[in-house]
Ligand binder design. Structure first.
Ligand code: ZN
Length: 136
């Protein structure tokens, strides 16, 4: 397993981590398989999207409608850390991804980027674990 670290600003910060993953894939030299990514956090998530300002704004707006930061959350009432929305967003968007690897390259579409989203209400240091299952 390989791990890299990302510093985030929190507040649904969307960070493109594609190049980090590509570097690990190149170093490992696996040609065929599946790349598994995992962020060990209950207030962050991994997804794939176009790394474009409009698309990122649209995702932020959609999350604000679906899971508003200022909503009422039982987690906030119990713990007082006021990031109940971040836990819900993380659970809905998931902390893991799987990407096919073929002829040594991730099979991402032209506009697909791998992104880490940090929903917490403060800057955080995040670890992303990368495991490659070889198909050969
Ligand atoms: Zn919390």
């Amino acid at each position: 397993m390989n791990t890299f670290t990302i510093l985030t600003q929190g507040h649904s910060d969307i960070i493109n981590i594609t190049e980090h993953v590509e570097q690990i894939v190149a170093e490992r030299g696996t040609r065929e398989g599946v790349i598994h990514l995992f962020v060990p956090s209950t207030t962050a998530a991994l997804t794939i999207m176009e790394d474009e300002a409009g698309a990122k704004k649209d995702l932020h707006d959609a999350l604000d409608r679906l899971v508003p930061a200022a909503g009422e959350y039982a987690h906030n009432a119990k713990w007082g850390d006021m990031n109940g929305y971040a836990h819900v967003r993380s659970a809905l968007m998931k902390p893991f991804l799987a990407i096919p690897l073929h002829e040594g390259k991730m099979q991402l579409g032209s506009w697909q980027s791998i992104v880490l989203i940090d929903f917490d209400n403060q800057p955080r240091t995040r670890q992303v674990h990368v495991m490659i299952s070889s198909a050969v």
